[in-house]
Design a protein around this ligand. Structure first.
Ligand code: HAM
Length: 438
């Protein structure tokens, strides 16, 4: 006997049901408006890229490349990966289309789904959406500040009130190698007090030990030398300039010397944006011992070496991405409602086969006239249809029966008084338009 199969969405992936669509649409609308105002052009890149793009771009020692990529082999033996982030794909596109020959800076933005094979938990999914902004060809910290400001504005437009911007500089090729050595020298004799991941990170990427969420690792790091004290002149000035821009733009930031971010390509500026509300919602991970630390809504920074690493020229760049599901979950907590959903003021009730057939064309005439109209084509009884119209709170119900179809008429019923009038079927859209105007 065959077992009954019960299909579910894959772990960590979710349907977006009709009742939640308005939240996504609201975000896309705000993002498009802000992007247009600040001169960003929309770009869409493929959902899959060569896996090597991420191995090289995102970086071999990152969690994304080590553990989280969905890779696949095509029939032609190409190794592709579902995109785990936007940045390497957008840099690839910038190089591929010779955007270096355009007037700089080139400002691009996008949004869409991404895939990471994560341990699913609150605010962490295997398929999720990001809004992503990138600027190419400009070294000035002004652009880092503008990227931060843009995400701050987007969140404000979505009614977030208490936002915190954490910033740091992780230096560049001049100063970081020396600091890494300094940090490894500090960590090595203390490795027994670190978690297994951090013991491994001492060799591979000691900076990552700084943002480890384990308490024992945080104890060790509290005495560690700080990168901010070892920045080269250029990085120091860049950071100083960034903070000045943030001050003048009234963006409330906090300098966090332990913020390093989990991606390999950053140089100088790194930042994350949190909501106070997000901090209050820390909750235990399913079945795990760790607790979810506050989830960043936005993460980004400067990445001056990535274009060259991916085969292009030296192009300074800066950007960031926001996690859409994290934003939506807080919007829901804040009671964000659809508000602007068009509510039908008219209901079309039909009685019988012929009227039902006529209804399809009539509904389309109302759509063309931009009049929202509700119906219940699956129902036959007038009583049920009127009850539904009542529930929707419409002003008028149009009643189309067999006789009306034959006469080329329709009944217009005013719902609050019950008053009815018969009008010509081919004039009903105009008639309703006039009545709604009153
Ligand atoms: P990221 O920090 O990996 O950076 O991701 C940015 C944001 O995406 C996070 O702050 C979070 O809100 C959201 N996010 C990340 N992973 C997940 C997940 N598994 N489930 C739900 N939300 C998630 C980047 O992706 C960089 N490409 C950002 C960037 C652009 N840097 C420069 N340009």
């Amino acid at each position: 006997m065959s077992k009954k199969v019960k299909f579910q969405t894959p772990t960590g992936m979710h349907d977006i049901l009709p009742e939640d669509q308005f939240l996504y649409e609201k975000i896309w609308r705000v993002v498009d408006d802000v992007a247009k105002f600040y001169g960003f052009g929309k770009i869409d890149t493929p959902l899959v890229e060569e896996a090597a793009l991420y191995e090289k771009g995102t970086g071999g020692t990152t969690d994304i490349v080590e553990k989280q990529m969905y890779t696949l082999k095509t029939k032609g033996d190409d190794i592709l990966a579902l995109r785990p982030e936007f940045t390497p794909g957008i840099v690839r596109s910038y190089i591929q289309h010779g955007m270096i020959n355009l007037p700089q800076p080139v400002k691009l933005y996008t949004y869409g789904p991404l895939f990471r094979y994560e341990h699913p938990q609150a605010g962490r999914f295997r398929q999720f959406h990001q809004v992503d902004f990138e600027v190419f060809g400009e070294q000035s910290a002004a652009l880092d500040a503008q990227i931060i400001q843009i995400f701050y504005i987007i969140l404000k437009e979505l009614k977030f009130s208490h936002l915190i911007i954490e910033v740091n500089s992780i230096g560049d090729n001049q100063c970081r190698p020396y600091y890494k050595k300094l940090l490894s020298n500090y960590l090595r004799p203390r490795q027994n007090s670190l978690c297994a991941d951090c013991r491994r990170r001492i060799r591979e990427n000691p900076l990552r030990t700084l943002d480890c969420k384990e308490e024992k690792c945080q104890r060790v790091r509290s005495q560690a030398p700080q990168l901010i004290d070892h920045l080269c002149e250029e990085c120091k000035n860049h950071l100083k300039s960034l903070l000045e821009f943030l001050d003048v733009a009234d963006l409330p930031y906090h300098l966090d010397p332990y913020l390093v971010r989990g991606l390999d390509y950053y140089t100088k500026t790194v930042f994350e944006i949190f909501s106070d509300k997000a901090m209050a919602t820390n909750q235990p991970v399913d079945g795990g011992e760790e607790t979810v630390q506050r989830n960043a809504l936005v993460g980004g920074g400067r990445y001056d070496g990535l274009a060259r690493l991916l085969g292009g020229k030296d192009v300074p760049a800066s950007g960031a991405a926001a996690g859409v599901e994290r934003i939506i979950s807080l919007m829901k907590e804040m009671g964000f409602d659809s508000g602007s959903e068009p509510l039908a003021k008219i209901f079309l009730a039909q009685l019988g086969d012929l009227p039902k057939k006529k209804s399809l064309k009539l509904l389309e005439e109302f759509r063309k006239a931009k009049i929202q109209i509700a119906e219940s084509l699956g129902r036959d009884s007038l009583r049920t249809q009127l009850a539904r119209a009542d529930k929707l709170g419409v002003e008028y119900t149009l009643i189309l029966g067999q006789r009306e179809v034959l006469d080329g008429t329709i009944v217009v019923r005013k719902m609050d008084t019950g008053e009815q009038q018969t009008v010509k079927l081919d004039k009903v859209v105009e008639e309703v338009k006039q009545r709604l105007k009153k």
